[in-house]
Ligand binder design. Sequence first.
Ligand code: WQD
Length: 339
Amino acid sequence: MKILVTGGVGFIGSHTVVELDKAGFEPVIIDNLYNSDLEVLKGIKQITGKDFPFYNIDCNDIEKIRSLFEKEKFDGVIHFAAYKAVGESVDKPLDYYENNLISLLVLLRVMKEFNVKNFVFSSSCTVYGQPDKLPVTELTPRKPATSPYGNTKAIAEDIIRDHVYSAPGIKAICLRYFNPIGAHESALIGELPNGVPSNLVPFITQTAAGLRESLTVFGDDYDTPDGTCIRDFIHVLDLANAHVKALELLNEKQDSDYYDVFNVGTGEGYTVLELINTFQEVNGVKLNYTIGPRREGDVEKIYAQSDKVNNIMKWKAEKTMAEALRDAWNWQLKITPKK
Ligand code: WQD
């Protein structure tokens, strides 16, 4: 089955291309390279031994997307391509609403024109805001997003749901990611943040590699065991695999208007300091860090209840946070120029 992977040169997209290939799917990659590097295709080839078709296309360009669907007969689409920096979205809301929502509308419209039925969407636990009860289930009410980025994910889910229930034939799954970390165990692909990383783990690995002076832990006065925030850190390969399982579930579904959402997390929450200590232990490195003030908009604690994805999609996280931090470090060592 031929699957269009938008944003397939990105962090989660590239790992999903590898897992799709392993599961016998035929990925076709599009990416506008706004936040990704073509070198990643070499890493994918070294892992899989294959040159998957790649098109440098922006998902907002409906004519280009139409010609792609004319050329490649797709059986499904996994849509990763989006802007994803929380802080940047606060400074540039129009760019985020335009890029993240127009690209979705273009894909759904063209899928309908070409009768492509299976759609997997990259959503985020950010739609829950700060949950009142933990762990979060899919029934936990969504809260007003704390950033335009998060709002684009919530609006996108509603667009997909309404489209599925109006248009016979299309089936869709939204995967609500928690915190993806790590890299492929081969250290041939991994996270390539643009500029100064806003996410925790790439900032840690760059600091440990001497590229950054020191990590600032954003606040240790939260209501948690050690005062630092709690998150559900999931290995990027486990997350990639959830996309394969989602496609397989969609293939099994005969109902013409199937729509569902799944939390994709490990089901365990760890604090920022627990992650830092695990990173130091598993890699035998000392991390330079200081405790600083809280970061505006951070959620205090969130982690998934993953029964639904376990039971319905027959998926569960296999890798530990320690393995993810080992893989993240090996990848950082691989891409850091030797002094
Ligand atoms: C995790 C924890 C920080 C950096 C966001 C988006 C989510 C997804 C992942 C895109 C927090 C702390 C971080 C640092 C720190 N985005 N931290 N020092 O904010 O949970 O999730 O990124 O796909 O949708 O909401 O991830 O890695 O930025 O932060 O102390 O230098 O690490 O305060 O508690 P977050 P994060």
